[in-house]
Design a protein around this ligand. Sequence first.
Ligand code: FDA
Length: 391
Amino acid sequence: MNHYDAIVLGAGAAGLMAAISAGQRGRKVLVLDHAPQVGSKILISGGGRCNFTNTGTVPDRFLSANPHFARSALARYTPRHFIELVQKHRIPFHEKTLGQLFCDHSARDIVAMLLAECTAAGVEIRTGTRVIEVSKPDHFRVETSRGTATAPALVLATGGLSIPKMGATGLSLDLARRFGLPLVETRPGLVPLTFEGEMLALMRPLSGVALPAVARAGRAKFPEAVLFTHRGLSGPAILQISSYWRPGQPIALDLLPGQDPTALLLERKKARPRAEPRTILAEFLPQRLAQALAEAWLPPAEMANQTDKALRAVGERLRSLSLTPAGTEGYAKAEVMLGGVDTNALSSRSLEAKAVPGLFVVGEAVDVTGWLGGYNFQWAWASGWCAGEAI
Ligand code: FDA
């Protein structure tokens, strides 16, 4: 290893894209990764099919202390650009739902595509390489388990802290801090929520039950599936809301979206007076959930013997069930990390540190986090591409 135009730390989505765009512009690029293979998270993403972008990408689908920061990169490298790349490599894909594009076959196709682009652009990739020390006497100097390399540009692209079992580390955050860049507090995002006490006692036996619902936290609201787990709640609606949830806050669930549960229950009391409440609830909810809620919320009597007041109270809870999570399942289960390198320290056009010329931060290490549904990869591609264009 010796002198390059740029050294990229992290051969994930953002790092490979930065290397490709810089390499295509004739830059001599070295990518270093401690993992034995490139793009480990790409390989496991989207259940192995990689939800590689979202055609509905707009800046308000991203969380950041500065919600405007992502605008420039997202506008310069759009889902259309990535789709063109996927089509150029003849990778078959489909839209699953809500603009989410997945590979028909395997996420391996996306990694193979990125590697082919790296090869074509002359990018050198070293996997299984540990970063020992980074300094900047003049140029950046990266000392590794396989030798030392120098370059006038260094790209921090080692991602976030989620799934440490797969080799996630805080290297980019540590180096950013060392070079004087401020950080926004980090926490797990797109993560299942955990509950304790009576609430968990109600949820645990329902593990595996899923239903369409609307989850809310503050002003954020997501109409998607909710899934009961042995530790609490998961499913897309919960993962989405988890990024907006703060410890101590309640979340609210509408378990019968688009319906008026109180009116339904009072009408059924007249229409089916001999029916058990759990049978009535099972007309609208999964059977196991209907049974658990009827047992927890109503006395054991047929509909005719339930008071209107009690049915109204159940209706109200079905419409807006307020629950206070005990916590989240943490980085071990989080799809992303929220927070990261403070965007105030970076150029929104090039992702270069304003105070450290030649230092770039891209992908999940930056305080920009997307919703579930392909947005995080789109941010990785866009931020990586913009940095590569500036090197
Ligand atoms: P990324 O994590 O991709 O890459 C970082 C690289 O740096 C890795 O190769 C790692 O080995 C390397 N590295 C880390 N520490 C290092 C060190 N100390 N030294 C050297 N190298 C180091 N998003 C989406 O849009 N659609 C989806 O379908 C999914 N699905 C999904 C599933 C699961 C289970 C997870 C955990 C996450 C997703 N995501 C997702 C999120 C998405 O994977 C994530 O946002 C991007 O991979 C972030 O790209 P980066 O390049 O920033 O980091």
